[in-house]
Design a protein around this ligand. Structure first.
Ligand SMILES: Cc1cc2nc3c(=O)[nH]c(=O)nc-3n(C[C@H](O)[C@H](O)[C@H](O)COP(=O)(O)O)c2cc1C
Length: 299
């Protein structure tokens, strides 16, 4: 029986995550290691903060740093971004698809010159939800970047570049061919109606791009159990966004740290129960999915 979500991609993604079941392989299991090696750095966890904005980004970054996690951040001015970097957190700055290429390039230059770990662009936030017009975001005019635009930004960055919003094999391969380091699979809280859940399409994308292209799953990750499912289906890492917002508001950086540490413990719990020694050792075949959806045609 299919549920009517009326095109609410957030709910569809949530329900899909909950529909995935996990088989137990606990006999002889050893204590798992959640260490995440990423872009030459070592993190305690493959959980990242999502590219949020209009919140206390400094508190968010500090919380992630305390938890040993990598940070991605979204829109905001360079002043705030500088304060985020000053926490010592390792930061991926996701830059908006501004209509003015100079705006993009100057923000890339700031990130590069001030020690960001990587940059990226949320290409899924350039046009409106209900029509094909360019979006106005917090007073800034956006424009859907062309492949030439993206190639220019990637070349200009000289940092690893992540394209946020790729959600198909076609897009992921295009991003790889353009020179991106990886993609953040995202529908940005339902900016696309009826979006295929990132965790649903992950195995197809992983198969197409191979093992060395970073795939970060974004959207509706609320626990380490969700994170485990995404990792088992081919993600290198996952982001948590809304799940961190109330803890940040209520307890600041400590609230963010506590959620990330709890989710990492849950991930570790799932790893020991599936006989996964480390992140690379998670076997995709521990996941059982309901056979409700199939691609329409083979590629
Ligand atoms: C308050 C808020 C602000 C956001 N700002 C940005 C942003 O500036 N850039 C961006 O790429 N995504 C932004 N996002 C989207 C998140 O990065 C993420 O894609 C989305 O929230 C889904 O993840 P979640 O279900 O874990 O929250 C924002 C989301 C929220 C809730």
């Amino acid at each position: 029986m299919l549920t009517d979500h009326s095109g609410n991609s957030v709910q569809i993604a949530r329900d899909y995550l909950d529909s995935l079941l996990v088989e137990s392989r606990i006999v002889g299991a050893v204590k798992p290691d959640t260490t995440f090696s990423f872009l030459g750095k070592t993190f305690r966890t493959p959980l990242l903060t999502a590219a949020l904005s209009h919140i206390d980004l400094v508190g968010m970054a500090e919380g992630a740093r305390l938890a040993g996690a990598c940070v991605s951040i979204g829109m905001g001015d360079n002043d705030e971004f500088g304060q985020v970097l000053a926490t010592g957190a390792k930061v991926i700055k996701i830059i908006k698809p501004y209509a003015d290429p100079e705006e993009v390039l100057s923000r890339i230059a700031f990130a590069r010159d001030h020690g960001a770990l990587a940059v990226g662009m949320d290409v899924e936030h350039a046009v409106n939800v209900e029509d094909a017009e360019d979006s106005l975001v917090a007073g800034f005019q956006m424009k859907q970047p062309t492949q030439e635009d993206l190639s220019r930004y990637i070349r200009a960055s000289s940092l690893p570049f992540f394209i946020k919003g790729a959600l198909s094999v076609t897009d992921a391969l295009r991003c790889r061919d353009l020179g991106a380091a990886g993609v953040i699979l995202s529908h940005h809280n339902g900016l696309m109606k009826f979006a295929v859940p990132p965790v649903m399409i992950l195995p197809e994308i992983r198969k197409a791009v191979g093992p060395d292209f970073f795939l970060i799953a974004d959207g509706s990750i609320e626990s380490g159990f969700d994170a485990f499912k995404a990792l088992a289906r081919g993600a290198d890492a996952v982001t948590m966004g809304r799940a961190l917002m109330s803890p940040l508001k209520e307890n600041g950086a400590d609230g963010v740290r506590d959620v990330l540490l709890k989710a990492t413990a849950q991930l570790q719990a799932m790893m020991i129960r599936t006989g996964s020694k480390n992140l690379k050792d998670i076997d995709p075949s521990v996941i059982w999915e309901p056979v409700l959806y199939r691609p329409c045609a083979t590629r």
